[in-house]
Design a protein around this ligand. Structure first.
Ligand SMILES: C[S@@+](CC[C@H](N)C(=O)[O-])C[C@H]1O[C@@H](n2cnc3c(N)ncnc32)[C@H](O)[C@@H]1O
Length: 267
């Protein structure tokens, strides 16, 4: 049976420390000493989209290392899985299996060959090429954790997205996204071109090469999540990461508070 069909994962005891080697210098310090993507350096080459070492490795701290208790034994859904970088990271953190959905077929091919190249057992990953809204509606995968990284601001279909995520049965979502600064629960509209590899793809609502997108404020995101039964459990500590890794570059969006990493839990 597919690991993504209805089957509740047995409760996992919280690990005493993150799976894998410690990535930071010492308790209390966030200075990165074991850069995750240095061990899987192919990912510096398999994408044209923000594959800068400091950026990827600090994102790994915020997305995976700071949420390390979520992964052991978990079935993980990686939305907009790109070149498989976060699927690989989830598997290394102890996920039992990962399902990645990515609209651009060349990136799916990259992901498959990179994970194979690193010797990951084929039974632990599956990448589907397609529009994630269509794939989620068609397959209705059942998972424990959803990674929604670098995608939320490439769509205006936030409520639909969170509805589909709720129907996966996931208890947790790790969300990494641009956020619009401001106190009101609003979504800032924008439009983007589909040519760029990191952008939205055309769908039934797009017109020509343009897709309408929206960037919620933190208050907007909180409301969108609450409407589907999720609450913001915490934000990853980007202030600490940036303080203790002052040489980090290509992370300005996190530095100025235009981007954040959040952990959402089913209320
Ligand atoms: C900015 S990249 C994020 C990549 C990766 N998740 C990360 O955070 O590093 C956005 C990704 O979303 C994919 N994408 C855009 N629209 C999509 C859709 N409707 N369904 C599936 N993937 C989509 C793009 O092809 C691209 O790989």
């Amino acid at each position: 049976m597919s690991p993504f069909r209805n089957r509740r994962r047995p409760a996992q005891p919280a690990p005493e420390r993150p799976a894998g080697p410690p990535t930071t210098a010492a308790p209390g310090s966030m200075a990165v000493t074991q850069a995750f993507f240095d061990r899987f350096a192919d990912f510096y080459e398999t994408s044209e989209t923000s594959s800068f070492p400091w950026r990827l490795n600090l994102r790994h701290e915020a997305i995976v290392a700071q949420n390390a208790d979520l992964f052991p034994g978990a079935r993980v859904l990686d939305l907009a899985s790109h070149d498989g970088r976060w699927s690989m990271a989830a598997l290394e953190a102890g996920a039992s299996a990962v399902l990645g959905i990515e609209a651009r077929p060349d990136l799916v091919a990259n992901a498959e060959s990179t994970l194979r190249g690193y010797g990951v057992d084929e039974s632990r990953f599956r990448f589907v090429a397609g529009d994630l809204f269509e794939v989620l509606a068609r397959e209705e995968p059942q998972v424990d954790v959803v990674l929604c990284l670098g995608f939320l601001y490439h769509t205006l279909r936030h409520n639909e997205l969170l509805t589909r995520i709720r129907r996966t049965g996931a208890r947790h979502i790790v969300l990494d996204t641009e956020i619009h600064r401001g106190d009101q629960p609003v979504v800032w509209l924008d439009a983007e071109q589909v040519e760029r590899q990191g952008n939205a793809v055309a769908d039934e609502f797009s017109w020509g090469d343009t897709v309408l997108t929206g960037r919620p404020t933190l208050a907007g995101l909180t409301l969108l999540a609450r409407a589907q039964g999720f609450s913001v459990e915490r934000l990853s500590d980007w202030d600490g990461l940036l303080r203790d890794n002052p040489q980090a570059d290509q992370v300005r969006d996190y530095r100025i508070g235009r981007r954040a990493t959040l952990r959402l839990s089913r209320s």
